[in-house]
Design a protein around this ligand. Sequence first.
Ligand code: FE2
Length: 206
Amino acid sequence: MTKQFEEKKFNIPSLKGISTKTIEEHLKLYAGYVKNANIILAKVDEYSEDSNPLVGAGEEHAYALGEIQRRFAFEFNGMRNHEIYFSHFVGGSTAPTAGSPLMKAIEEEWDTFDRWLKRFKTLATTRGVGWAQLLWDPASGRLLNNWVDEQHLGQLSACVPILELDMWEHSYVADYQPSGKKQYVEDFFENINWRTVEENFAKVHQ
Ligand SMILES: [Fe+2]
């Protein structure tokens, strides 16, 4: 029996700009990623057990296996990216803590929090659908801003997400229209609970 990824639940308060309806619909999309990540792993198990004695183990479904393995990163990262995104809204809006280890690390990399924020917002409003991420790179001990196309293209190896902003159109178009992308980014930062970001950082930074 293949182990299953479990759909997480998020207690999200009413938000500025982002409607309850959008969050409800968005959570359904997240559930789809969890479901499909599970389906892919089950199919890998199934296809890896060939019944055809004329070919070697895994060869009967070699092409199907190759294709679904390529889809796994899309579904898995779609699951994880959304879990991090939704977690930022839980507990309601709070400001970042002055002098916190996260703030110090941001200032070390970008001199000021405002400079980092300006760059992150510029990154988030880049063309295309994907994710704006603040990542911690344990190998170099640095924070990095990063853009991921779709769910998985451009993910940086061994880096840990500290903050993630969903820039797929389903995140904001119903509430903001396509032209309101910048306002969605502004409102995201008005809505997030910075404790969740600081806790993500505390888990990986000693
Ligand atoms: Fe999304």
